[in-house]
Ligand binder design. Structure first.
Ligand SMILES: Cc1cc2nc3c(=O)[nH]c(=O)nc-3n(C[C@H](O)[C@H](O)[C@H](O)COP(=O)(O)OP(=O)(O)OC[C@H]3O[C@@H](n4cnc5c(N)ncnc54)[C@H](O)[C@@H]3O)c2cc1C
Length: 543
C-alpha cells in the first residue's frame, strides 16, 4: 500500500468521524424524541430489509434521542398500525402518519435524514408562503410519493410531502414508496418515472416541485405549474443574482464571491443541472472517471464555501432597472446584476403518445428511471453522446436496451461508440419513432425505416429519449433578451446580453455544451460582471 493511499484513507476516516460527531451533537440538541419502527417479514433477509435496519441502527447510535424497534409483520404492533408489507418504516406513529415502503438507499438517505431532523425539531419548517397555502386544507389528504435510490430530484419532492404531513398530522398522511422495492405499486400507479406524487389517488406532481408549488397542488388536488405569492415576499439585496445551479452557475458563484461581490444563486430543481443525471463523466479534468452526482456533490460543496444558494425556488420574473428586481416563488431579490445560467432541457420527439405516456414508460432520465426496467426491454432514441452514455448505463444495470437512431452512423465520441459495439448492444439504424402506444403504460412503438419506408411495431416497456437539448430561454424571452437564430442567448465577448446588467453563461449560450466549457464560461462571466460593477458600462457617457 502506498503512503499516499494510507494518507487518503486516514483523511477519509477522520472526515467520517468528524461528520458523525457533528451529526451526533446536532441530534443531541433536538428537543423532540424520534421513534422509528421497522416492520419486516420474519425470516426474510433481502437487501431492502437489511439496508433499512443498518441505516436506522447507524442513526440510533448517534443519539439517545433516537429510539429504534423492529417488529415482525405478524406482531400486534403491525396490526395496530395497519402494516402489511416488508420493509415498512414508521416515524413517531402516535404523532405523524408518515411511512416509508422500502429502505433509505442512495439519494433517499437525504430524505431520511431530513425526516429525522424535522421530527426532532418538531416543526415542518415550511416557508410563510407555503404555510399560507396549507392552512386552507381542511379535508384529509393521503399522499403517495414514488422515489428511487438513484434519483437526485426525489429528496426535494419527498421532503415537501414530509413537511406537509408534519404541519397537519390530523389531515395529511404520507407514504414514500421506493419503486424498486415496491415494483407492483409502481406498476399499479403507472409510476414509471420518479418522483411522481399522488394525493387522494390524483396525480398532483410529475417531477420535483418547489415547496410552494407542491403545497398549492396538494391543496387544489391537481398539478399546478405556477405559484404566485399571495403574501408580501421577503426581500434580499445583493450585487449579483445567478439563475441556475449547473456547472456554469456554481462556478460563477465561486468566482463572483472570491472577487468581492455579494452573490445569491437560485436553483429550481436539483443542484448540478444536467450533470446531476449524468451516469458517468470521463472528460472533466482531474477525474479519469467520476459519477455525475459525485462531481456535483464536489462542485456544490465548493460553491457553498462562497455563495448563498437558494434551492427549490424558481425564478419567475426579472424586471430590468437599477436595481434589477428578481421574483421567485418565495421572495424578491434586488440586485445590481443578473447572470442567466439556465442551461438546457431535453428535446421532445413530438410524436403521438409521447406526452400522454410521459412518466408511464416514456422517460428522459435513465439514471432516475432506469432501475424500474431492470430485466425489462426498452429502447433508447438518439445517436449522440448523451444517448450512447445512457444506453451503456441501462445495459450495465441489467436493462435489455436497443438503440434506435434515425441515421446510419452515430454522432458520439469514438470511445463511447467502441464501448457500445463491444457490449453488442443492438442498434436499429435509419429508424424513426412515429408513435408510442399503450394504454396505462408503454406497450409498443411504431417504427419507420426511412430507407425502405417500411413501418413495423416494436414491443417495448420503456422509451428513453436523448435526442438533444434546447436552451432554457422561456424566462428571458419575456424579458426581451435577444436570441441567436438558433434560439440561444446572444451575448458579447464579455457575456453581456442586450439588456444592461444582464449576462449569460453556459449551455444557454450554445457552443460546445460541456461541463468544462460551462464552468469556463461561468468564471469568465463572473469576472466580467465584477469589472463592470466597479465601472458600469451602462452608466458611462459616450466620448
Ligand atoms: C445525459 C448527459 C450526459 C452528459 N455527459 C457529459 C459528459 O460526459 N461530459 C461533459 O462535459 N458534459 C456532459 N453533458 C453536458 C453537460 O452536462 C452540460 O454541458 C452542462 O451541465 C451545462 O451546464 P450549465 O450550467 O450551462 O447548464 P445546466 O447543467 O443545464 O444547468 C442549468 C440549471 O438552471 C436551472 N434553471 C433553469 N431555469 C431556471 C429558473 N427559471 N429558475 C431557477 N433555476 C433554473 C436548471 O434547473 C438547471 O439546474 C451531459 C449532459 C447530459 C444530459
Amino acid at each position: 500500500m502506498s503512503n499516499s493511499f494510507q494518507e487518503d484513507s486516514h483523511q477519509h476516516q477522520t472526515a467520517n468521524e468528524e461528520f458523525t460527531n457533528q451529526l451526533g451533537s446536532i441530534f443531541a440538541k433536538l428537543p423532540e424524541k424520534i421513534d422509528i419502527f421497522l416492520f419486516t417479514q420474519k425470516g426474510e433477509e433481502n437487501v431492502f430489509s437489511q439496508t433499512a435496519r443498518h441505516v436506522i441502527q447507524a442513526f440510533e447510535g448517534l443519539s439517545p434521542k433516537i429510539h429504534f424497534e423492529e417488529f415482525d409483520l405478524d406482531h400486534e404492533m403491525a396490526r395496530k398500525w395497519n402494516v402489511t408489507t416488508s420493509p415498512t418504516i414508521l416515524f413517531n406513529p402516535g404523532q405523524y402518519a408518515i411511512r416509508w415502503l422500502g429502505a433509505p438507499m442512495g439519494e433517499e438517505g437525504r430524505t431520511f435524514l431530513e425526516i429525522l431532523m424535522l421530527i426532532g425539531i418538531g416543526s415542518s419548517k415550511l416557508t410563510d408562503q407555503s404555510l399560507h397555502v396549507i392552512k386552507k386544507i381542511d379535508t384529509p389528504r393521503a399522499i403517495k410519493v414514488f422515489v428511487s435510490a438513484t434519483c437526485p430530484y426525489c429528496p426535494q419532492q419527498a421532503v415537501n410531502a414530509v413537511k406537509a404531513a408534519i404541519e397537519k398530522p390530523d389531515l395529511i398522511s404520507l407514504e414514500i414508496i421506493d419503486i424498486q422495492c415496491r415494483q407492483e405499486l409502481a406498476h399499479e400507479y403507472s409510476a414509471h418515472s420518479v418522483p411522481q406524487t399522488f394525493a387522494n389517488e390524483v396525480l398532483i406532481g410529475m417531477g420535483a416541485q418547489s415547496e410552494e408549488l407542491f403545497m398549492l397542488s396538494l391543496q387544489k388536488l391537481q398539478q399546478e405549474t405556477l405559484f404566485i405569492p399571495e403574501i408580501e415576499a421577503e426581500l434580499v439585496e445583493t450585487d449579483l443574482v445567478i439563475v441556475g445551479g449547473g456547472p456554469a452557475g456554481l462556478t460563477a458563484g465561486i468566482y463572483a464571491v472570491r472577487s468581492g461581490l455579494k452573490a445569491a444563486l437560485i436553483e429550481r430543481g436539483a443542484l448540478g443541472g444536467q450533470v446531476a443525471t449524468t451516469p458517468v463523466v470521463e472528460n472533466y479534468p482531474g477525474f479519469t472517471q467520476v459519477g455525475g452526482k459525485t462531481l456535483v456533490d464536489i462542485m456544490v460543496s465548493h460553491a457553498l464555501e462562497y455563495v448563498q444558494i437558494f434551492q427549490g425556488e424558481e425564478v419567475i420574473s426579472i424586471q430590468p432597472g437599477d436595481p434589477i428586481t428578481i421574483s421567485t416563488s418565495r421572495r424578491r431579490f434586488e440586485s445590481r446584476a443578473v447572470l442567466l445560467a439556465t442551461g438546457a432541457s431535453h428535446s421532445h420527439l413530438g410524436v403521438p403518445g409521447e406526452s400522454r405516456l410521459s412518466g408511464r414508460g416514456v422517460s428522459y432520465c435513465s439514471t432516475c428511471d432506469g432501475p424500474l426496467f431492470k430485466g425489462g426491454k426498452v429502447i433508447m432514441v438518439g445517436g449522440g453522446n448523451s444517448a450512447v452514455t445512457e444506453v451503456l448505463h441501462l445495459h450495465n444495470i441489467g436493462v435489455q436496451v436497443t438503440l434506435v437512431h434515425r441515421r446510419d452512423s452515430l454522432r458520439a465520441q469514438e470511445h463511447l461508440t467502441k464501448n457500445l459495439f463491444e457490449n453488442r448492444i443492438p442498434i436499429l439504424w435509419n429508424t424513426e419513432v412515429k408513435e408510442i402506444r399503450g394504454t396505462r403504460g408503454v406497450e409498443d412503438v411504431l417504427l419507420l425505416n426511412n430507407q425502405t419506408g417500411e413501418t413495423t411495431s416494436f414491443e417495448t416497456e420503456g422509451v428513453f429519449i436523448a435526442i438533444g437539448y434546447k436552451p432554457e430561454v422561456s424566462l428571458v424571452k419575456k424579458l426581451g433578451v435577444e436570441l441567436t437564430e438558433d434560439g440561444f442567448i446572444k451575448r458579447d465577448s464579455r457575456h453581456r446580453t442586450n439588456i444592461p446588467g444582464i449576462y449569460s453563461a453556459g449551455d444557454v449560450e450554445g457552443g460546445y455544451k460541456q461541463i468544462v466549457t460551462a464552468a469556463g464560461m461561468g468564471s469568465e462571466a463572473a469576472l466580467a460582471i465584477f469589472e463592470d460593477l466597479i465601472n458600469p458600462y451602462w452608466k458611462q457617457q459616450p466620448t
